[in-house]
Design a protein around this ligand. Structure first.
Ligand code: PRX
Length: 636
């Protein structure tokens, strides 16, 4: 079997990029041939953005886990596939070779089957960062069940919303989650969620992560270790069509509830592996570490699928960057001689704030590639990452992509293309980014800004939003005809590099997590004394963006502190702690257009203390409110 194309030089990048754009079917067909298919596809790409109707490797049959695991056994059966570093430093590292991981996945797959899970069923995973989460993801894929991992920081209410939307038959959980010196209940949250009318759930499979006593419902709860005990280590991989669902991952948009982004088997597989091998320049025996949580797309594509499809050694970390101290990341890099390290700007900023030279205590000489993802990286953080972590010798890949894109889209290639602070720079082969103005006209040339769109289909792109194809169409494909709209604004510099500036819609990027303003407002409005609220993002030194809430309230006798505490508790209950407002202010009105729409643009400026550039406010329904809000903001 041939190998995936690994670009080795700038001239190769230019040549391969051109080929991939001129003849995408030839290019992607060649990449796909490197995998093991149960039946070859009839056509590489059959896509239109009007439907949208996205089909890659049409008619092809495969199982992605055979490509992640079985395919590597002959040559790499005894190589470490998965390395796991625990939260607690006195607990041992765990390692799974490719052979061991395959056996564990098969046992779990057999346990799922025994519990009535069949191809097409949805399984929600709400788990800590333990190897069993990776095993459960792959076990679902092994038997054709659709996995939907929900980040274990979401509240019972948010989890219940997702369980109901997916109509999940099973939830896989754990008793507790360890994060730093906290032990967080997990099963309790799932129990509460299931009680919120999640009638589709027949089984909760609970991984034991160390608790002593736990509430148990014998009608649905089952221990992971009991169910897997004695299960065969062989499990035939279910044949999947290229376009059968692989997973659903919920993400926030500007309106309404989070949407279930759908990814399918064939195209996702090819792109996850192609992008991994190229962006991280992974070489045989390297140790690769991505610090993301598997509850986000980064964990799906670049902890599990991309690395395992490529036969890599991938590491998972259970804990947090600051426990037991702010040297933990670097201690782990030294301990496992990590070669590629991939993290978020927010983690870099948080660690910088703890002490600029802490990393100097560790031997970081194994590092060959440093990556960032999730939000724009500011120049100061980029420089620190470059100088203190990379000793100015290790290329930084600032990777831009989204839950919807399935894989990295715009990024430097380490050691191949140049790097520039804050610039995601150049598209990967097959990706054609364009900038448009608000009317959809192409913004040509260099040194320009615009809305970032993608002109051509690529294999791992979103197929639909689960249960609501119309929403997928209106969000991504209707605004600018014939193009996928990302929701981001970007600029192109003199030499054609792309810098992604941030969201142009009502999505706030808090510590690299996407939060919809509408979701937060709905949660705040649940507080009995809140009449109306508006939420915007504002610059935050560590989180990138913080959440600012403007609220109109009933008269209250509570102190400001009491009231704010209650609002934060409400948001934590409805969504989770990540969506808690950082700053709050009570106002008597909100700036609105004559048609009653809240002018968030003005609130964003006020929240950012940019009082002098509010633009024309005279056309507002209630222009005087602006001055009142400014005065209030200045007074706190
Ligand atoms: O605004 C962009 C920002 O994160 C958004 C996607 O968020 P999510 O779907 O949660 O996926 C995050 C991990 C892939 C984008 O629309 N974003 C992501 N990476 C970058 C970025 N903004 C600037 N630079 C990046 N490298």
């Amino acid at each position: 079997m041939s190998e995936i194309t690994q670009i080795n030089s700038l001239s190769e990048y230019k040549e391969i990029y051109k080929q991939s754009i001129d003849d995408p079917e030839l290019f992607w067909g060649k990449q796909a041939e490197t995998f093991s298919w149960k039946k070859k596809w009839e056509k590489v790409c059959n896509c239109d953005f009007d439907g949208p109707n996205i089909n890659w490797f049409v008619g092809g049959k495969l199982n992605i886990t055979e490509n992640c695991l079985d395919r590597h056994i002959a040559k790499k059966g005894d190589q470490t596939a998965l390395l796991w570093e625990p939260n607690d430093t006195n607990q041992a590292t765990r390692k799974f070779t490719y052979k061991e991981l395959l056996s564990a996945v098969n046992q779990c797959a057999n346990a799922l089957k025994k519990n009535g899970i069949v191809k097409g069923d949805r399984v929600i995973l709400y788990m800590p960062m333990v190897p069993e989460l990776t095993i459960a993801v792959l076990a679902c894929a092994r038997i054709g069940a659709v996995h939907s991992v929900v980040f274990a920081g979401f509240s019972a209410q948010a989890l219940a919303d997702r369980i109901k939307d997916a109509q999940a038959k099973m939830v896989i959980s754990a008793d507790v989650n360890r994060r730093g010196n906290k032990i967080i209940p997990v099963k309790e949250v799932v129990d509460d969620a299931i009680k919120m009318n999640c009638d589709s759930v027949e089984t909760q499979l609970v991984f034991r992560n160390g608790s002593d006593e736990i509430a148990w419902d014998y009608t649905i709860d089952k221990w992971w270790h009991h169910e897997l005990d004695g299960m065969s280590e062989e499990c035939e991989a279910t044949e999947m069509d290229s376009e059968d669902l692989l997973f659903i991952l919920y993400t926030s948009g500007s309106t309404g509830k989070p949407k279930g982004v759908v990814h399918t088997c064939g195209g996702y597989m090819v792109y996850a592996s192609f992008s991994f091998i190229n962006v991280f320049q992974y070489k045989e025996n390297d140790v690769y570490w991505c610090t993301a949580d598997i509850g986000w797309i980064t964990g799906h594509s670049y902890i599990i699928y991309g690395p395992l499809l490529s036969g890599a050694t991938t590491m998972m970390f259970e804990g947090v960057p600051t426990y037991p101290d702010a040297g933990r990341f670097w201690e782990i890099c030294e301990k496992h001689k990590v070669n590629q390290f991939y993290t978020a700007p927010t983690a870099i900023r948080a660690l910088m704030a703890k002490g600029l030279n802490i990393p100097d205590k560790y031997d970081l000489s194994s590092l060959k590639v440093l990556g960032t993802v999730g939000e724009p990286i500011n120049e100061e953080a980029w420089n620190w990452y470059n100088e203190v972590i990379g000793k100015s010798k290790v290329p930084i890949v600032d990777t831009w992509w989204q839950t919807e894109t399935g894989g990295i889209m715009i990024t430097p290639l380490p050691g191949i293309t140049d790097t520039k602070p804050c610039y995601a720079s150049y598209p990967l082969p097959g990706i054609e980014p364009v900038l448009v103005d608000s009317e959809g006209n192409l913004v040509k040339g260099n040194n320009v800004e615009g809305l970032l769109c993608i002109n051509k289909p690529w294999p791992s792109m979103i197929r639909t939003t689960y249960g609501d194809h119309a929403r997928c169409k209106s969000t991504y494909f209707s605004l600018y005809k014939g193009k996928y709209f990302t929701g981001d604004g970007a600029r192109r510099d003199e030499e054609g590099r792309i810098r992604v500036i941030g969201r142009v819609d009502d999505v706030i990027n808090v510590s690299g997590h996407r939060i919809g303003t509408a979701e937060v407002e709905n949660a705040i409005n649940e507080h009995p004394e809140v009449i109306e609220s508006a939420v915007v993002g504002f610059p935050h030194p560590i989180k990138g963006q913080g959440i600012y809430a403007f609220m109109i309230t009933d008269e209250t006798l509570k102190t400001k502190n009491e009231f704010e505490k209650e609002v934060r508790a409400k948001v934590t209950e409805m969504i989770g702690p990540i969506a808690k407002p950082d700053e709050m202010i009570i106002v008597s009105g909100l700036p609105k257009t004559r048609s009653g729409k809240i002018m968030r643009r003005i609130l964003r400026k006020i929240a950012s203390d940019e009082f002098d550039s509010l633009g024309d406010v005279s056309t507002l329904l209630n222009p005087t409110i602006v001055q009142e809000i400014i005065e209030k903001k200045k007074s706190i």
